[in-house]
Design a protein around this ligand. Structure first.
Ligand SMILES: NC(=O)c1ccc[n+]([C@@H]2O[C@H](COP(=O)([O-])OP(=O)(O)OC[C@H]3O[C@@H](n4cnc5c(N)ncnc54)[C@H](OP(=O)(O)O)[C@@H]3O)[C@@H](O)[C@H]2O)c1
Length: 224
């Protein structure tokens, strides 16, 4: 047991944006990549285009379906919690937007992590990457929209706290992709999706002596 030769990776929101670039990078480095998508027919087309093994229907707002999806994949070695939503309304005026943000970017990732850990524990190896944001960092002022920042701060806290509970051989890290040209980031962003994916790809393939429980941007630790 230990690191598989061709690890199976699950990338949530792998159909477009940064998740698509992460998927392409993992495929290029020999992973069997499954993309989690909301629209399965569009997702299957995307999977073929990127060279992913397959797409699975995975809506972060429907956690009741997670265990069936994970059983169907049959053991996830690398989990990339990438799916995200940027809801910019007031948390007071739009509590539903807050709940959606927390479900998609904190509770959903937590539920998926719990789902993949038994396989990682049995194998003695696993990598978990949480695609976060500087907007979830207290040190950077929680500067973005409230619901988004609180959800990402929660994801960051999970990343740090879960280190104590994860089995040996399993590493978990968060990363900030910077400001990236995607549907979320908009056309004015300075970075390409490939540039935004780079640190996530590094964290997904960390060697045994790599870091765990940290937050990174451009492969460098950043303050939470
Ligand atoms: N772009 C930036 O500048 C930037 C900066 C910092 C952090 N990030 C983070 O990077 C990650 C990727 O963002 P992006 O820029 O690539 O955004 P994007 O192009 O808007 O893509 C978002 C992805 O998340 C998926 N998604 C949204 N809600 C979902 C749900 N309920 N269940 C499953 N999938 C869902 C979308 O699926 P559909 O296609 O079905 O909508 C899509 O695949 C996010 O976590 C984001 O917060 C981005």
């Amino acid at each position: 047991m230990g690191q598989p030769e061709h690890p199976t990776a699950l990338v949530t929101g792998g159909n477009r944006g940064i998740g698509r670039a992460i998927t392409a990078g993992l495929v290029a480095s020999g992973h069997r990549v499954v993309i989690g998508v909301r629209d399965i027919s569009a997702g299957e087309v995307a999977a073929r285009q990127i060279g992913a093994a397959r797409a699975v229907a995975l809506d972060l707002q429907a956690p009741a379906g997670f265990s069936a999806v994970l059983a169907d994949i049959g053991g996830v070695d690398v989990l990339v919690n990438n799916a995200g939503v940027l809801i910019e309304t007031s948390m007071i005026e739009d509590p539903g937007g807050f709940h959606t943000s927390v479900q998609v970017m904190m509770l959903g990732p937590f539920q998926l992590i719990r789902g993949v850990v038994p396989h990682m524990r049995a194998q003695g190896w696993g990598r978990i990457v949480n695609v976060s944001s500087g907007w979830g960092s207290f040190a950077e002022g929680l500067a973005g929209p409230g619901a988004y920042g609180v959800a990402k701060a929660g994801l960051n806290a999970l990343t740090k706290a879960l280190v104590r509970d994860l089995p040996p051989g399993v590493k978990i890290n968060a990363m900030c992709p910077g400001w990236v040209r995607t549907r979320m980031g908009g056309p004015a962003a300075p970075r390409s999706a490939q540039e935004g994916a780079e640190t996530a790809l590094w964290l997904a393939q960390l060697p045994r002596n790599g870091p765990t429980g940290g937050m990174f941007r451009n492969r460098k630790p950043v303050a939470w």
